[in-house]
Design a protein around this ligand. Structure first.
Ligand SMILES: C[S@@+](CC[C@H](N)C(=O)[O-])C[C@H]1O[C@@H](n2cnc3c(N)ncnc32)[C@H](O)[C@@H]1O
Length: 454
């Protein structure tokens, strides 16, 4: 395989994402698998490509001040070489400006003629010289543009968040979205305890820190591929953010009970529920996409879980035979994903505000249908990885208004009190914001069906 520089790898990722609509993580995985760079190049290509994809609007705004032709007129290669160059100049302090410019010119040489090389070199040297003169719109005069450009988020999202959360919290959320997400795993307590897993991973060369709120969680670093670890293949852990672990703990199904997981794939929470049930009882996990059921089955097989049946099905129309049958029902609903933007650098540019009402309607239909499967006295848990009111508390309030046989049930017994925000935990729900306590943005509400419906 011909050698390719870390910057060359990053460029391929940006071009794949822009031209073919590839997801950043998959595009990166593809080039890393193909060229198998060393550890340092791998880390550099990841940081550069992810960082540039996160910052696209800021990079293009800066570049527009230095090129006479619109950036859209450049070839994809040149446009993305420029973006990568500006990203290094603006955000990677350890890269000397001369190296950023020279390496960009070198890449341009591979993709174009001498004129292109001169153009790229000239633009980037100009940016490097005048970086200090670049002024973001003033926060006081134009908070939307200021935040959108300084923290690289779409304008529509900033407008929305400013209305919903105010200035300080909007900036905090944006900052968190730009931080790399930690690698978090859940101990498979069916096979090992958290201390035992921490020892094992340390012996495999990883660094390990315990999560603060979920007693099964570990932050891990220092691996190339999780799939290559023996501990992974032996099913000693499952990759999962701590916020998702809290959803399982908030439901806390009892061993021996019957559980329905309405939206189960890829099985992160299904398998956690099975652990909490000590692999005793029955979990019926649905997903609308049949091809995703294999993911649930593979995870269960690896983790040694035998109580899960994965079934293709639309949770808006669960079989009437299940009505009133389940002790516990989980609705981990499809959502806008606005709480997990830090996990997918390109995601913020793919979101469309016009799609949110349809998602809200889908969630409402799934919640209604899944709730019919809860037996009298049973528990219904609703969760999303979003932070918008209408997908979360608004959704739950609408549901409760139409279904008075359900009521919110306090979470103080199952979740740590430090997570409480103005007493919501005792009222039965919790909204986590991105980066708060190191977790993804996430919403959890626990409801119980009355014992006897009048
Ligand atoms: C948030 S994900 C679930 C994640 C999963 N609970 C976990 O922890 O690994 C939502 C899932 O809902 C599925 N889904 C979307 N619409 C659905 C529907 N109408 N019925 C059932 N599943 C649906 C999606 O395919 C997706 O896998």
């Amino acid at each position: 395989m011909p050698r390719i520089s870390a910057r060359g790898l990053a460029l391929r990722v940006l071009i794949d994402v822009e031209q073919d609509g590839a997801y950043a993580n998959l595009a990166l995985h593809k080039v890393l698998e193909k060229y198998r760079p060393g550890k340092l190049d791998r880390a550099f290509a990841t940081e550069l490509s992810y960082g540039a994809l996160r910052s696209l609007n800021t990079l293009d705004w800066v570049l527009a001040q230095f090129v006479s032709q619109p950036l859209a007129r450049q070839s994809p290669a040149v446009r993305n070489i420029l973006r990568l160059g500006v990203y290094q100049l603006m955000f990677m302090d350890r890269v000397p400006p001369a190296a950023a410019c020279n390496e960009a010119a070198e890449l341009a040489r591979q993709y174009g003629h001498q004129g292109v090389v001169r153009f790229v070199n000239g633009v980037l040297r100009n940016v490097a010289r005048r970086l200090g003169d670049i002024k973001y719109p003033a926060l006081e005069e134009d908070p939307v543009e200021h935040i959108a450009l300084k923290y690289s988020h779409p304008v529509w999202l900033i407008k929305r968040w400013l209305e919903e959360f105010g200035l300080k919290d909007t900036i905090a959320i944006c900052r968190a979205d730009n931080e790399p997400a930690p690698n978090t795993i859940r101990t498979n307590t069916l096979k090992i305890n958290r201390d035992g897993l921490a020892d094992r991973l340390t012996r495999e060369g990883l660094s390990v820190v315990k999560t603060g709120f979920a007693p099964e969680g570990l932050y891990i670093e220092g691996f190339l591929s999780l799939g290559a670890l023996d501990s992974f293949r032996e099913g000693l852990f499952q990759v999962q953010d701590e916020s998702s672990m809290l959803a399982g703990r908030a439901l806390m199904p009892l061993p021996g009970s019957f559980v329905i997981d309405a939206c189960g794939a890829p099985g992160g929470k299904t398998t956690h529920l099975a652990q909490l049930m000590e692999n005793r009882g029955r979990i019926l996990a649905f997903d609308i996409h049949p091809h995703k059921l294999d993911l649930i089955k593979e995870n269960c097989a690896r983790l040694g879980i035998g109580i899960v049946e994965a079934a293709a099905g639309d949770a808006r129309e669960l079989p009437a035979g299940l009505h009133g049958q389940a002790d516990f029902v989980l609705v981990d609903a499809p959502c806008s994903g606005l709480g997990v933007l830090r996990r997918r650098p390109d995601a913020r540019w793919r979101k469309d505000p016009g799609e949110i009402p349809a998602v809200v309607q889908l969630q409402s239909q799934i919640l209604e249908s899944a709730s019919r499967c809860v037996k009298a006295g049973g528990v219904l848990l609703y969760s999303t990885c979003s932070i918008t009111h209408e997908e979360n508390l608004g959704q739950v309030e609408d549901f409760l208004n139409g279904n008075p046989e359900f009521g919110l049930e306090g979470l103080s017994a199952t979740l740590p009190g430090e997570l409480d925000d103005n007493g919501t935990l005792s009222r039965g729900y919790i909204q986590l914001y991105p980066g708060c306590h190191g977790m993804d943005g996430f919403f959890i509400a626990r409801m119980r069906k009355k014992d006897r419906v009048k």
